[in-house]
Design a protein around this ligand. Structure first.
Ligand code: WQD
Length: 341
């Protein structure tokens, strides 16, 4: 099997994808700068998979270093997770997002081109669809950005499409995630947000564990069945399996293809809070607060192309997501930091 470089492999989706790549028989090398992740996640990936693999500490912005890694490890393809991903933070620090996400990907692609590596799976996001004009979202929905994070993802997608047009030996898969949550069933790896979680499910998990007092529901006056925001939550292991399928779909002439990775089902904030409470055996106290700036009412995927093109569809449901997320939260109340102090 080919050697695969997983950038950002110590992160939430990266670490789960490492598990599925190893399970599928691939040899991996992880590159991570550990700014937003913990090397402990990789130690646990090795425990889950009963295997070892090289871990390189460094930054995709260091083109020379990346080029040397590609050659040293005889890399044949790259799965690129490394980047920043908090919408609110991107509004406050746009340059950090354009540097890490856009310049970082430019640097990686330059190193790949120099090293003759032309296969890449790119971690994109449903935020490239902007405020949905039609639901469910298909890959042909117009693209737009409503914040620097989403714009950085859109710029990289355009860079990849231009690169393929200039040289069709590139084989590129662009994966547009919806709302990842859940955790590996071992409870050993999971989402480990720093500080106050921006995203709904990790915040609700901390309410269930008593670490947070209550959930603020950002608005209940949206045009949705119960007035709260509707999103397409997808189990992180389903997402990881989708990456393995996308990697294995790369072949001569496969082109540059964007694929939605979602479930096709939308759940409201209240439905998620109720489902999590059921999984944790405790009610989730909440108050209705003002809308969060930039939020949209509803967002969920049309996943028919993923089924047709990758022969992939999500297998896990909302109960699986909440149950697995809760197991991770219970086993790791302070995330990976338990192990470093
Ligand atoms: C979900 C719903 C909130 C927290 C973000 C990124 C997106 C992607 C997924 C990377 C919304 C509501 C949330 C809370 C709440 N990440 N909410 N109280 O905003 O759909 O997408 O994460 O690719 O790029 O934008 O996810 O989990 O923040 O919010 O009421 O404390 O939960 O209003 O309706 P979002 P989210």
């Amino acid at each position: 099997m080919a050697n695969i470089l997983v950038t950002g492999g110590a992160g939430f989706i990266g670490s789960h994808t490492c598990v599925e790549l190893i399970k599928a028989g691939h040899k991996i090398v992880v590159l991570d700068n550990f700014v937003n992740s913990d090397v402990e996640s990789l130690t646990r990936v090795k425990t889950i998979c009963v295997t070892d693999f090289p871990v390189e500490k460094g930054d995709v912005l260091d083109t020379g270093f990346v080029r040397s890694l590609l050659k040293k490890h005889k890399i044949e393809s790259v799965i690129h997770f490394a980047g920043l991903k908090a919408v609110g933070e991107s509004v406050e620090q746009p340059l950090a997002y354009y540097n890490n996400n856009v310049v970082g990907t430019y640097s990686l692609l330059s190193a790949m081109n120099d090293a003759g590596v032309h296969k890449i799976v790119f971690s994109s996001s449903a935020t490239v669809y902007g405020d949905p004009q039609v639901l469910p979202l298909t890959e042909s929905h117009p693209l737009s950005a409503t914040n620097p994070y989403g714009r950085s993802k859109l710029i990289v997608e355009d860079m990849l499409r231009d690169l393929y047009k200039s040289d069709n030996q590139w084989q590129i898969s662009i994966l547009r995630y919806f709302n990842p949550c859940g955790a590996h069933q071992s409870g050993l790896i999971g989402e480990d947000p720093k500080g106050i979680p921006n995203n709904l499910v990790p915040f609700v998990a901390q309410v269930a564990s008593g670490r947070r007092e209550k959930l603020n529901i950002w608005g209940n006056d949206y045009d949705t069945p119960d007035g709260t925001g509707v999103r397409d939550y997808i189990h992180v292991v389903d997402l990881a399996e989708g990456h393995v399928k996308a990697l294995e779909s790369l072949s001569v002439g496969s082109g540059c293809v964007a694929v939605n990775l979602g479930t096709g089902k939308g759940y409201s904030v209240k439905e998620v809070a109720t489902a999590f409470g059921n999984a944790a055996g405790t009610a989730i106290p909440y108050i209705i607060a003002n809308r969060r700036p930039g939020d949209i009412a509803s967002c969920y995927a049309d996943c028919s192309f993923a089924k047709e093109y990758l022969n992939w569809s999500a297998k896990r449901n909302l109960v699986d997501m909440m149950t697995d997320h809760w197991r991770w939260q219970q086993n790791n109340p302070d995330g990976y930091s338990d192990c470093t102090n």
